[in-house]
Design a protein around this ligand. Sequence first.
Ligand SMILES: Cc1ncc(COP(=O)(O)O)c(C=O)c1O
Length: 361
Amino acid sequence: MIALPDFPWDSLASYKSTAEAHPDGIADLSVGTPVDSVPEVVRRALADAADSPGYPLTYGTARLREAAAGWLARRHGVTADPAGVLPTIGSKELVAWLPTLLGVGSGDKVIFPSLAYPTYDVGARLAGAEPFPTDGLLSLGPERVPLVWVNSPSNPTGKVLPAEHLAKVVAWARERGAIVASDECYIELGWEKRPVSILHPDVSGGSHEGLLAVHSLSKRSNLAGYRAAFVAGDPALVKRLLEVRKHAGMIVPEPVQAAMTAALDDDAHADEQRERYSARRTALRTALESAGWRVDHSEAGLYLWATDGTGCWDQVARLAKLGILVAPGSFYGTAGESHVRVAITATDERIAAAVARLTTE
Ligand SMILES: Cc1ncc(COP(=O)(O)O)c(C=O)c1O
């Protein structure tokens, strides 16, 4: 049996009950799930591709891979080879299976940030490798490691890593033959800083060798329910992933591939969605700060990384009494024990409810 971590969300249940008991109902800011509609242009593409009786291509249609490369060029200044693009069944699936797909295993360390989305750890364990959270690559000395994850903008902190920092990670990894996988699912949601892709020439030096960028349409295009993501980068690595995925049946359904293509071709809906999140973020941030909370990092992404100076569970309890549910920072690593993660993904009406309660606490 593989030792997987406990699923931490169960431990929030009693706080959820407290929040639900609020006379005006719960404002659930604990998870980053989209609540706004799937854009019309995307729904239409899905419906138009509904008659898809045959097996879809694991590699994705040529149109989809071109649309992904086009989006990377247009929005992120990245010149990617469409041959180095591969759709995945949401990005969580790839995060959980990448070490296994790459042949990482027993005796190997998988490196990821000390405060991080829990699935990097899960992916290392599923492969039989050692999860190794650290923010200091230099502490590893000359040891060879096969895979390093970076995540900018970060979940949970919203921190953005500058190009110079990412370039140092790439240089470090290339010296040791390590692959860098960069989880960029919040890249279009920069507020105070502009996130940069690992594939950008300022970071990669113009070569994508050894690099994989992981992108998701869940947040950009409200497609969490479609399971729509892709990986892009080193074509040789992508080919290795494709070989295993073909054998393992890890295939994105054809109508979802069509929907992804439409979403990647269209920026108007993504800009509109960004504006919604921006307004919600400003309202919540102002309310938290006026209630005495400090917001750290949070330069990008869908979360405010907040603290009132006490322990994270006391903070969860304080907010649950106001009918607001948030995630304790300890879910993301011990370094998160004095913060909570406040998602900005609720409806305008629920955000306004949370703001009113914080302001009159
Ligand atoms: C950092 C990070 N990576 C990956 C994911 C997975 O997203 P999806 O599987 O919807 O693409 C999430 C979801 O919240 C996330 O926060």
